[in-house]
Design a protein around this ligand. Sequence first.
Ligand code: NAD
Ligand code: ZN
Length: 257
Amino acid sequence: MDYLIDQAAQLIANSKRIIIFTGAGISTESGIPDFRSPGGIWSRYDPDEFTLQKYLVSEKSRKLHWQFYKDGKLFGSGAQPNPAHIAAAELFRMGKLDCVITQNVDSLHQGAGVPEERVIELHGNLRWAYCLDCNKRYPMNIIMTQVSQGAEDPHCDSCKGILKPETIFFGEALPQRALSEAAYRSRKADLFIVIGSSLVVTPAAFMPQYAVDGGAKLIIINLTPTPMDGYAAVVIHDKAGEVMSKVLEKVKRFSQL
Ligand code: NAD
Ligand code: ZN
């Protein structure tokens, strides 16, 4: 393990355009469950109820969604960035980070100090909701206050349209601009670090492939194996927070040499 930490740190020390690509696994140490691990979100909720198609036509599905967000622990209201998010922010301050590409909707990268414009959110976010008819945007906390006061299926106060969080649902296209920017930057990276993603959800999971095709070295830090492990220069199957804080310590030491 120490040898792998050294190798990862050396790659980081020698790189200038680093992309950190994250999935739900970077936030489990902040107390937010991932989807697919045992005890993850899909062991408690039925994914079939969480499609855009159902949300548009079924009041029952919408009520279930808002109940799900109200059950704050699942999506991290009050969750704090952990050492892995903090390490990513530290790489930004060191001038090494090109951007973070995340599949997460929890905003913990920004919470740790990576500027908003350097975080590409492929699956949207939970900071905002919007009206599907007139597009009016609402801070999510305002809508959640209404939900906690009894609104089970909140609607737009201007036009009575259906409100939806800015998270991307199953059956919904990914935001085109974020996706093309992520693909473009991935191809130009010199080092691509995957942290806490099973790399099975596409097209997000294509990004490490674009990076490798563009000549980047690949580091994967994930508890369990991923389909991209064979392409990586360094693979560490351990906890993101613990690994990244050790890696960062070493990077700082190498940078002083
Ligand atoms: P995933 O659940 O498919 O995979 C998470 C991976 O992280 C797993 O392979 C697991 O082994 C690993 N993991 C768990 N804890 C870890 C830790 N402490 N250190 C290192 N690795 C760890 O998640 P995914 O690849 O992100 O895809 C699922 C989608 O679900 C995401 O794209 C996202 O949109 C959504 N989601 C978001 C959040 C969030 O915002 N925090 C939480 C759950 C799901
Ligand atoms: Zn409206």
